[in-house]
Every structure is written in structure tokens, then in C-alpha cells.
Design a protein around this ligand. Structure first.
Ligand code: RP5
Length: 157
């Protein structure tokens, strides 16, 4: 794995259309990332290996998207002290209610920063904000993005 700042993991290729919104944000902000399909249940060993490989490659933030009994973010959190952002994905009959609870209700001591159901754009932005703590250029880009958002709302009158 080459140098990266963020690793995006998702439980299935069916999660890709949602998780691509996080990729788009990271690309817009020029943040190096890698995306992998790894499942807490279907590929537990490979998931752990991905976390270790990413840390060795300089990864500072993990973004994990999964649906249904979504344990991916929690399992990744068990293996790293880097921040983990969980994206509950609407799939299956409960349409993300299950994934939201499975992702956000971590036991005390193992925090996962959970965004809303299908909230992968915010996951990408939150990862950028975390990285911006030690990167003034990223911080300035975030401020410019907030200004652009406000201008776009005000222009809708
Ligand atoms: C979860 O089960 C995945 O994250 C996905 O959201 C859901 C369904 O997976 P597939 O059956 O589409 O592979 O593990």
C-alpha cells in the first residue's frame, strides 16, 4: 500500500455507490486515500490486515461503511487508536436503522464517530477536518468550502 492519509473500507461492493461520495470529497481536498472492500463478518482476518497495512502506509483516519448488522467500524476501532468514522448504510429490510444502531452504539472505551445513514459525504468532510488539525492548507480549503456553501444557499432566493 502506498502512502495514504485515509483508508475507506466498505462491507460489500453494493455499498460503493454510497461510499463514493466520501471518495469525491477526499479527491476535491487533495487527500491521499485508498478504498478496499472488507467485511467484519465475511473477511475478518483480511479486515485486520488492511488496518495494519494502512497504518504502516501512514493512514491517519479510517472511514468504514457497512449496512445491516454493521460491525465493520467497531471492529476496525478495536484494532487502531486512529479515529474511525462509521457510515451506516441503508441496505436490507430495515434500510439503515439497523446499521445506525450497530455502528453508533459502541461500548464505552471504543468510540466510533458515526455520521447519519448514508452520510458518506459528511464522513469524508469529517476526515478532512481531522487532518486539518495539523494541516493549515486543508483548514483554509475547509473555510473556503463553508463560504461557498453559504453563497450557494443565499443565491437561491
Ligand atoms: C453488509 O451487508 C454490507 O455492508 C452491505 O451493506 C450489506 C449487504 O451486502 P451484500 O449482500 O450486498 O454483499 O455486510
Amino acid at each position: 500500500m502506498e502512502n495514504i492519509k485515509v483508508l475507506i473500507l466498505m462491507g460489500s461492493k453494493s455499498d460503493r455507490p454510497i461510499m463514493q461520495k466520501a471518495e469525491i470529497v477526499l479527491e476535491e481536498f487533495g487527500v491521499a486515500y485508498k478504498t478496499m472492500i472488507r467485511s467484519a463478518h465475511r473477511t475478518p482476518e483480511a479486515t485486520m490486515q488492511a488496518v495494519m497495512d494502512a497504518e504502516a502506509a501512514g493512514c491517519q483516519v479510517f472511514i468504514c461503511g457497512a449496512g445491516m448488522a454493521a460491525h465493520l467500524a467497531g471492529v476496525v476501532c478495536s484494532k487502531t487508536v486512529k479515529p474511525v468514522i462509521g457510515v451506516p448504510i441503508a441496505s436490507g429490510p430495515l434500510q439503515g436503522e439497523d446499521a445506525l444502531h450497530a455502528t453508533v452504539m459502541m461500548p464505552p472505551g471504543l468510540p466510533v464517530a458515526t455520521v447519519g445513514i448514508n452520510g458518506s459525504k459528511n464522513a469524508g468532510l469529517l476526515a478532512v477536518q481531522m487532518l486539518a488539525q495539523t494541516d493549515e492548507e486543508l483548514s483554509e480549503k475547509l473555510k473556503a468550502d463553508r463560504v461557498a456553501q453559504a453563497e450557494s444557499i443565499l443565491a437561491e432566493d
